[in-house]
Design a protein around this ligand. Structure first.
Ligand code: SF4
Length: 397
């Protein structure tokens, strides 16, 4: 079946899915809520993790029956949250083995678990490794004790270091850290120290995000009512540039706007997103995309549980994207990858010449020094990285 034959979202008609490349599993539990966070997450006590895991398996089975065996072979499984490692390890292992029975991961595939310090120890991580998890993504965020406290993180600096040490001792060789810049009151010295401490650890990948607040988080509310001051856009861009310059000296390849990796450690899972590939998201508030369909699950925990237990898809919103939007999304997601967007692949996929279709945008952005061309590839310049959202807007229909 070709992608264009998929006519309706599964939640509505029971249509057949195309080949799925990656599976995202959302675990919506955390030790406590961080001050900057607007993700869907709950304290674990509300519902036993085991009951939620059973519901996840039920949801995955609903999709499973719409796929041929070939279509169920995926490149990547990603357990994100929330904090997946809030679950007792046996619950996570049960989930992983059920998922792998239904969606086997290719031999060279990637299985990632997000974890936070203080929710794991060496024994926990060894169990994950033995069950087939081969990548850890650790929420470090900062190596400054004061900033960690102000962010409402439940861990300190020593806990981050201990988690990386435990992960190595458990046999993990692919370890990513999340870091955030642009925090209230964050100085260049603090950020420099965080970058140095992060790269002193045996990690292979760094996700480096600028602070983004919505009005749903305590900090977002504080910013709106004026009680919290954030660094200016220029100051934040300075911190971003510090990371770009410093991480390059440490051998990290800046391969995506917010992501850096040692050679051969690019994230398999996230590249499915950036290549506008087909992925299935299960669990609370999880998003999926295949062919021209995009859908999001309900973010109500009670609603999710009752739908799945009744054998129904817990989809809240879905939309069919028109061709112009799919092409535009393919361009700006592809431009996130700093080695560039391949115009030949674009032509092969859509039957449309990229340069002809987007000539005005390409001329304008090239003149402004925000994108560059090399053979068949188009990519952001350094200046374009700082103004990426403005570049992406140019391609929207
Ligand atoms: S641990 Fe992550 S998901 Fe949980 S509250 Fe903090 S930032 Fe949000």
């Amino acid at each position: 079946m070709s992608l264009s034959e998929v006519k309706e979202p599964l939640g509505m008609t029971g249509a057949v899915l195309p080949q799925i490349e990656a599976l995202y599993v959302h675990i919506p539990f955390c030790l406590r809520k961080c001050n900057y966070c607007d993700f869907v997450s709950y304290p674990l006590e509300i519902l036993s993790g085991q009951e939620y895991c059973q519901a996840l398996v039920q949801e995955i089975k609903l999709y499973h029956k719409h796929l041929s065996p070939r279509q169920k072979k995926i490149k990547s499984i990603y357990f994100g949250g929330g904090t997946p490692t809030c679950l007792p390890v046996f619950a996570l292992i049960f989930l992983l083995s059920e998922v792998q029975n239904l969606f086997p991961v290719a031999a060279n595939g990637e299985i990632t678990v997000e974890c936070n310090p203080l929710t794991v120890n060496q024994e926990y991580l060894t169990t994950l490794k033995e069950a087939g998890v081969n990548r850890l993504s650790i929420g470090a965020q900062s190596f400054d004790e004061k900033l960690l406290k102000e962010m409402g993180r439940s861990h300190g600096v020593r806990d981050i270091i201990k988690t990386v040490e435990d992960a190595r001792a458990a046999g993990f060789t692919n370890i990513s850290l999340d870091l955030i810049y642009g925090l209230p009151g964050q100085t260049k010295e603090q950020w420099d120290d965080t970058l140095k401490k992060a790269t002193a650890l045996p990690v292979t990948h760094l996700s480096v995000y600028g602070l983004h607040l919505s009005s749903l988080s305590p900090w977002g509310k504080g910013f709106e009512d004026g009680s919290l001051t954030l660094p200016s856009e220029d100051d934040s861009a300075d911190l971003q540039e510090m990371a770009m310059d410093y991480l390059e000296t440490k051998g990290f390849d800046h391969y995506e706007i917010s992501n850096y990796a040692l050679p051969k450690f690019f994230s398999v899972h996230n590249r499915v997103y950036w290549n506008n590939g087909n992925y299935l998201g299960v669990g609370l508030a999880a998003a999926s995309h295949w062919a021209d369909i995009r859908q999001t699950n309900t973010s109500s925990l009670a609603g999710y549980m009752s739908k799945v237990q009744a054998g129904k898809f817990p989809v809240k919103d879905w939309e069919r994207l028109d061709r112009e939007t799919i092409m535009a999304e393919t361009v700006f997601l592809g431009l996130r990858l700093l080695y560039g967007f391949d115009t030949l692949s674009f032509k092969k996929h859509f039957g449309v010449d990229f340069m002809e279709k987007y000539q005005p945008q390409v001329i304008k952005l090239s003149r402004l020094g925000l994108i560059k061309q090399s053979e068949s590839r188009v990519s952001l310049t350094k200046q374009g990285i700082f103004l990426a959202n403005e570049v992406f807007m140019e391609f929207l229909p």
